[in-house]
Design a binder for this molecule. Sequence first.
Ligand code: GLA
Length: 733
Amino acid sequence: MSIDIRVNEKEKEIFFSLRTLNSEYQMKADGFGVLRHIWYGEITERDMDYLLLRPDVGFSGSIYEAGNQRDYSLDTMPLEYPCGGVGDYRVPAVKVTHSNGSSALDLRYKSHNVIKGKYKIPSLPAVYAEESEAETLEITLGDTASDTEVVLRYGVLGDKDIITRSAEIRNGGEKEIFVGKAASLCLELPQGKWDWIHFHGRHAMERQTERAPLFHGIQESASLRGTSSHQQNPSFIICSPDCGERHGECYGAFFVYSGSFSTQIEYDQLEQTRAVMGINPDLFGWHLMGGESFYTPEAVMTYSGGGLGALSRNFHKIIRENICRGKYKLSERPVLINNWEATYFDFDGEKILRIAEEAAKMGVDMLVLDDGWFGKRNDDCSGLGDWFVNEKKLKGGLGKLAEKIKGLGLKFGIWFEPEMVSEDSELYRAHPDWAIAIPGRKPTRARYQLVLDMSRKDVRDYLYDSISKILRSADISYVKWDANRSICDLYSAELPPERQRELSHRYVLGLYELLERLTKEFPEVLFEGCSGGGGRFDAGMLYYCPQIWCSDDTDAYERTKIQYGTSFIYPVSAVGSHISVVPNHQTGRITPMESRAVTAMAGSFGYELDPNSLSDYEKGLVSQQIQSFKKYAPLIHNGKYYRLSDPLRDNYALWEFASEDRSEALIQGMIFRKVPNMKRISVRAEGLSPDGIYRIEGREGTFTGKALMCGGILIEDMWGDYKAVEIHIVREG
Ligand code: GLA
């Protein structure tokens, strides 16, 4: 596992190989200095550059130096960081306009460098690693006709089968250049037919899984909403048509970024596939003065020759161990109760205390006070921005309330929506120019609110001061960081006209800076991300918040599909998931308490209800659920995660957590619809030791791991719809 570089003096070529445990990435700077992609896939023990032979294709021209070598065309060859304007007509990774108005780059190899450890990216979240765990390859390319340089950085985390990418665009000249596109990743796939898996959705229906064969031309998944969005997720998988959970080839990538993004996948004239992922160029542009650099956010890739399950587990591990940070990165999360669905805006201190009292009796660890505790906030039309306690609702303030809650044995958490402002607020009246709006145009309102200009230092300082004041005013252990609208009307009162296209990215940089300051200042506080549920569920946010409220949809049945899609990229520990009452507030559906529990357990577990409305029987169930969650929490969060069904196709959703040492596994899920004379459902376990002897809790006899993995486990017949499944498998010998 390493970075291997070989120079072929005769051909004037430099060959680069990046090896991980189960994959190899090959590229070469050829005799013309063009950095060509060769291979990403299985370790073949061979340079794969024989694959680079291309036919002479009409209308695909050659670089000047190639003379009459007509089959040498940028338009047909796989490239590491393609640029528009000089003969490659496919999706480019970078676009630059020079001071003379021309828009072309012709990047050629200049130098390379291998560094121990993992590179960092200024002002942006990225995979971090011990020096012994990672290596960095830097390849510097230079334009043939200007002083523009691009440094490509590859981070190799060999044991984790991960390769990361980021680029630095440098203006080495004196005159300003304009960067119109700066992608983080260009991934060229071996020629052939591929399926594309991506995750689309809408509010309360995030990350629905869609899989389709690539068609000729460009297909795109993207966000122009200023956030990564409910509608598309900044991640993708490309797999062989036969690829399933346990077999087949697949490539995946996710973006460590929380703003507008674009993933374009082009299936070209030669049936070659190129995927380009980065900041969405439609909302981007950056003026780079002489001597300045622009750094792209990071993209993280993995390859699996053993199906989608292994690909997801690679991602789960890297996100948990090398992206999430802080006290709660790997430790157990508190079981929380959130008052949102219990009270909405209609609460006072007494009501909150009554919820806390009952919750404490049932074994809950923390009460989270949601929206409505601050300013003038009795509905969603006012108050955002006024981050001081509403003493009419909470007599004696937050300190008193937190003390009483602590007295019950619970921790106390609180909701903020820092990036937003209501027009009916003291903040807006004092600083109307802090809201994003275009002069002369009425801004779009969404949930009746506007967005603060996070690119401004004065805005960030105000937020830092007011949030930290609140966090110091009471014993607060948790913050839910919400953002309840998409961003538009892009204009910053502080930026000159020619830099307005920078706002979208500057907003994200500002958000990250504020999060960095606050998470550093309050290392004991657990931050949970949120954006109307999972509208900003991405690895950028997970760098600051180890968990994110997965969806405003708490209906257990719908949640199995949302969490299924989420699981392709993100680990269970990142998924905020709560049990709420029935009929469900989003769908009116009635599901049994047990099914709501197993679904919420596949996440960072909690409740979203008023325990005073539960019967004694239900309260008993809640106590049992909490005990059982605590028993299983280490297995759930540290174990390997397996998808055992496709809930979009099957009549059930089943998943499994298996311990790394194969001593224990837990299968959970739900059978959706009961029919008469139902055929038996059997499910094949995963991650056991084939020769191990296992017992299934509550059942007679023992089984070999092989039997359970090949023959499967019969699911007991059940009466009624949406019935919960829970199978605990323990190794005995
Ligand atoms: C968003 C969140 C909810 C809740 C409300 C409060 O919709 O996703 O969980 O916090 O805001 O307004």
